[in-house]
Write a protein of this length. Structure first.
Length: 481
């Protein structure tokens, strides 16, 4: 159902444009070059925060050997993957869908996978996940697996990851800290050191309020605007006040705002290295966790953005869906190979659609801007955690909105959904949340005599999680410890 309203003689002239117009079907879809350019710019500015957040998330933790990824190299890798894959999606899929490192997916990589192995091994798991998605697309199994997971659990996974991301933001900013005497206290975490003190904490709190106000007023680029404004505030405060510590990143102006990109992380992955550090079962569960998050977020984003653009066909299907899904799988592979974590389609692409984008031409603009960002690494690495963390809280809220679709009065689905949502932030583990939800769902269904309603794929996955949770007593029982 393509929109055909244009409203001006200038737009009509664009309909009969040259080969570029015909290739992207700009006029056919009722768009113009002006709309596509504006849409591409809008999409970039609504998702450019990933250039700041991805390096912070991936760069804030150590792997099993105590190694951390370099922030500058992470900015380069993040920008490069976003630029290349967004352009490929535009040319190959001809949809205004931009791609970049996925929030939530990078959290799994940083906080769950990397601490158990080396960074190159963790990125190898990302590549494996991307290859598996590609195989699932080519065999048609992607849709089959989607149908196997109950909708409430899909929504709960999104909500749980949202709460987990928000919690990470509060922890990274120092707003929430572990109680020093945790071994003797009934309270595991608290606000700051008991009270909110210091300039960095003020930057975070004001940043949260600013982001909230911009979101409520529906300001385009709200998250990015908040990051930029609070970074400027932090730089000023750092220059005039005596701040003992900002944490990982101190906000100060670089000597040179632009520099050549550092491609040192490209190709730094080991496809099968993870198997030397953890069990085959653990690797399988990590791959499944990443695949599940990537799986459903991508499908929801693709359908949501194309529907908003009026591009669904008469059967309600996305045009060229096979190519789009294939490119998305390739993006996951590219993200792992570049050490930028799995790349996926961004719901922020809807901002570009709101500005009039209807074709992949808008992606050329968005991808081009990400390409320019490759040379602004010194500027993008002066953002302190306290200025960027409010964005994590905001993204957590946006993901939390899915909770309204869960039928809370149906206990057989709402209890597993609740456990999925609660266990993720409480255990600081996305895998644990998904496992708790799946296991409780199949147990409840079985107890109600509805075991046949559960897809065999879900039974198999729940069995894997059961072994995962019981791995320690099983190893003791088998004499492996």
């Amino acid at each position: 159902m393509y929109s055909s309203t244009t409203g001006s003689a200038e737009e009509s002239r664009h309909r009969s444009g040259g080969p570029v117009d015909r290739f992207f079907r700009i006029g056919e879809r009722g768009s113009t070059y002006g709309r596509e350019i504006r849409g591409g710019v809008a999409t970039f500015f609504t998702m450019a925060y990933i250039l700041v957040l991805n390096p912070i998330i991936l760069g804030s933790t150590e792997d099993k050997f105590g190694h951390q990824l370099d922030a500058g190299q992470l900015v380069t890798a993040t920008a490069l993957v976003a630029a290349v894959m967004t352009v490929i999606m535009g040319v190959g899929g001809n949809l205004p869908l931009a791609l970049a490192a996925g929030l939530g997916l990078n959290a799994v990589t940083a906080f769950q996978i990397a601490p158990m192995m080396g960074w190159d091994d963790a990125m190898g798991i990302i590549v494996l996940e991307g290859l598996l998605i590609t195989v699932l697309v080519m065999t048609g199994l992607r849709e089959a697996i989607m149908h196997a997971i109950p909708q409430p659990l899909k929504q709960a996974i999104s909500v749980g990851i949202g709460l987990f991301i928000a919690f990470i933001g509060c922890v990274d900013a120092g707003f929430v800290t572990r109680v020093p005497d945790a071994a003797n206290s009934t309270v595991p975490v608290q606000i700051g050191t008991g009270t909110l003190t210091g300039w960095p904490m003020l930057v975070f709190c004001v940043g949260v309020l600013l982001t909230i106000v911009l979101l409520v007023r529906k300001v385009q680029g709200a998250i990015l605007i908040s990051i930029v404004v609070m970074t400027v505030v932090a730089i000023v405060i750092n220059g005039v006040a005596d701040v003992k510590s900002w944490g990982l990143i101190t906000p100060s102006l670089p000597d040179k705002p632009f520099a050549s990109p550092d491609f040192g992380l490209l190709g730094n992955f080991d496809l099968f290295g993870a198997f030397g550090h953890v069990s085959v079962l653990t690797v399988m569960l990590f791959v499944f966790t990443l695949l599940l998050s990537d799986f459903f977020d991508t499908m929801g984003t693709i359908v949501g953005v194309t529907a908003e653009a009026g591009l669904l066909d008469e059967r309600g299907q996305v045009p060229g869906l096979g190519r789009v899904l294939l490119i998305d799988g390739a993006a996951a592979v590219a993200g792992g190979a570049a050490s930028a974590s799995s790349a996926t389609a961004y719901i922020e692409s809807a901002a570009g659609v709101g500005e009039g984008a209807r074709t992949g031409f808008a992606n050329l603009v968005t991808g081009g801007l990400f390409g320019l960002a490759l040379f602004a690494t010194p500027v993008l690495t002066i953002v302190p955690l306290q200025a960027a963390a409010p964005a994590l809280v905001a993204v957590g809220f946006l993901m939390m909105t899915q909770v309204k679709h869960i039928e809370w009065d149906r206990y057989e689905v709402s209890i597993p959904a609740f456990l999925t949502i609660a266990v993720m932030p409480f255990t600081y583990s996305i895998s644990n949340g998904i496992g708790a939800g799946f296991l409780s769902y199949v147990v409840i269904k079985a107890c109600l005599g509805k075991a046949r309603e559960v897809h065999w794929l879900l039974w198999g996955t729940a069995a894997l999680f059961l072994v995962y949770f019981a791995i320690d007593p099983l190893e003791q029982l088998l004499g492996m410890k």
